[in-house]
Design a protein around this ligand. Structure first.
Ligand code: NAG
Ligand code: NAG
Ligand code: NAG
Ligand code: NAG
Ligand code: NAG
Ligand code: NAG
Length: 470
């Protein structure tokens, strides 16, 4: 261990210790580093003959990775003044400082030394979005204008008071939704005249294919009404650019409207003169009030009761995956709802062809996005933040707080897919993996042939702590 890295870990340990933190991440990182540590005495020292005749000695061409655990510089509970210091690097901030923002982003102000180069910004908090306030609710959005890397998907956070309506409308993108609070009655009619009325409760989904006209209304199931997340399969989607029925009719000659509906023109005396968008109303009736269509109900429901689906329990948390295999109509959006226990982590992985639009529901997370060519940047997130990770970019999601971390991974796809680093290596010939990572024979037992998805804290003293199928 060099003096520099020694100082770095000592300073880090002192900092964390002085905060009285239990620092589960610290213990996990140091155990993880014992797995890969180049300082392990059992390793061939530089220049010593390798066990493989034809292979060059270890570290002849590249130096070993630093054994600095690179823990997050301060935990979410830290109340002091954050400084741009990591070990012997950096210095105090003596100019103006936005302390609350710096406290929320330790890995921007004092990044791990493993960070390098620049990765496209991967974070947008809805708190930085301009809000559109209406009578009965509000809506704020994130699209490519806020987060330029996010060209595949865009998001909207919408709030409706009890009974309030997001008016009848349609748009060129598909709409996928997750209810974060309360419940919402949705209505839709497809191009065949088949109709749908259904209710999505907290933790449930809805999906409308592009162009299908629909409405949203908060029910009176909870006094506060509802809030929900909308995700569109177009990064340029603009929530203010949807097709609204009131906007259309306000810009259609009344003579045409009367002729269209075959009604006396006086019927339309009180038509709104401009769009309503969100407006208050009495709570909706039961779903069974759906008018009976001569063409029947839509064959595949537009809602999915994800809240009722059992989560798959994992060593470090849980996961629920819903894509078109379970929610038939949802052909252009898939989701994984993930929980990560304190000290646990969504394992190192990537998504082969799909960008990930991430929404953090609660807790604290640390994510490093690896963009190849040595580029890697680390970002910190909390409830209400959006993350964006381009296809094939390696990443993990670590719980850095002391409460459950819960987030959604959303993709523009019919089928959820990910590649696990651990599983990939476990299913690759041992010599290939040992030679590449300089692992000792026997260390491969730590790799898992079964995808772990969310792993617990690193085992103490090198004892495996998962179900391994080796
Ligand atoms: C847990 O987090 C809360 C809020 O950030 C903080 O007040 C508390 O001290 C933390 N507890 C521990 C044991 O770290
Ligand atoms: C995405 O939305 C933008 C803005 O509405 C539109 O110009 C563009 O054509 C859309 N892209 C696709 C693939 O539909
Ligand atoms: C909710 O609204 C429905 C329909 O208007 C009504 O029948 C019901 O009594 C209301 N329930 C509560 C709890 O207010
Ligand atoms: C899914 O929907 C399509 C039509 O949209 C239908 O042909 C198919 O049978 C449905 N599959 C399931 C499993 O419900
Ligand atoms: C193993 O994982 C479980 C579940 O995450 C955790 O409670 C436990 O502390 C871990 N044990 C060790 C030795 O790390
Ligand atoms: C880990 O090693 C330390 C020092 O040898 C020992 O005190 C401790 O009991 C060990 N813990 C476990 C879980 O084996």
């Amino acid at each position: 261990m060099s003096l520099k890295t020694l100082l770095a870990s000592v300073t880090c340990a002192v900092l964390l210790g002085s905060l009285g933190s239990a620092a589960p991440a610290g213990s996990s990182s140091s155990s993880a580093s014992s797995l890969l540590s180049p300082s392990s005495t059992a390793w061939p020292s530089s220049g010593a003959p390798s066990s493989t005749d034809s292979a060059p000695p270890v570290f002849e061409t590249v130096p070993p990775a630093s054994d600095d655990p690179n823990d997050v510089a301060w935990p979410p509970s830290f109340m002091g003044t954050p400084e741009a210091i990591r070990g012997s690097l950096g210095a105090t901030v003596i100019g103006p400082q936005n302390v609350p923002l710096d406290l929320e982003n330790p890995d921007l102000l004092a990044p791990p030394t493993t960070d390098n180069g620049l990765v496209d910004n991967a974070k947008w908090p809805f708190s930085l979005s301009h809000n559109r306030l209406q009578t009965g609710g509000w809506a704020r959005q994130q699209n490519i204008n806020q987060l330029p890397a996010a060209d595949e998907l865009a998001g909207v956070d919408m709030r409706l008071e009890k009974g309030a309506i997001r008016e009848l409308h349609w748009h060129t993108a598909s709409e996928w939704a997750y209810v974060t609070k309360g419940s919402v009655q949705v209505t839709a009619v497809n191009q065949l005249g088949q109709n749908f009325v259904g209710t999505a409760n907290q933790g449930d989904l809805w999906f409308f294919p592009a162009g299908v006209p629909h409405s949203l209304q908060a029910t009176n199931a909870t006094e506060d009404g509802s809030e929900f997340l909308l995700v569109f399969d177009n990064g340029s989607f603009d929530e203010d650019g949807t097709f609204l029925i009131t906007d259309w009719l306000a810009h259609t000659p009344k003579e045409v409207i009367a002729k269209n509906f075959q009604a006396p023109i006086s019927v339309f005396n009180e038509l709104p003169g401009e769009e309503l968008y969100i407006f208050p109303a009495a709570p909706p009736g039961p779903d069974s009030d759906r008018p009976e269509s001569p063409y029947g109900e839509v064959p595949s429901p537009y809602t999915y009761a994800m809240s009722q689906m059992p989560a798959t329990q994992l060593s470090g948390g849980s996961v629920k995956i819903v894509d078109s295999h379970t929610f038939n109509i949802s052909k252009t959006t898939a989701v994984a709802e993930v929980t990560v226990n304190p000290g646990a982590m969504r394992e190192l992985h990537w998504h082969p062809t799909q960008d990930e639009w991430t929404y953090f529901l609660e807790g604290n997370a640390r994510v490093t996005v690896f963009a190849s060519q040595g580029n890697a940047n680390t970002f910190d997130f909390q409830g209400g933040d959006i993350g964006y990770i381009p296809a094939s970019h390696g990443h993990y999601v670590e719980n850095t707080g002391n409460t459950t971390l819960r987030f959604l991974e959303v993709f523009k796809t019919a089928t959820f897919q990910d590649v696990s680093l651990s599983q990939w290596l476990a299913l690759t010939p041992a010599a290939m993996v040992e030679d590449t990572l300089n692992l000792k024979p026997g260390d491969l037992k730590y790799l898992s042939k079964v995808k772990q998805v969310v792993v617990g804290p690193a085992p103490v003293n090198g004892t495996a702590n998962s179900t391994y199928s080796a």
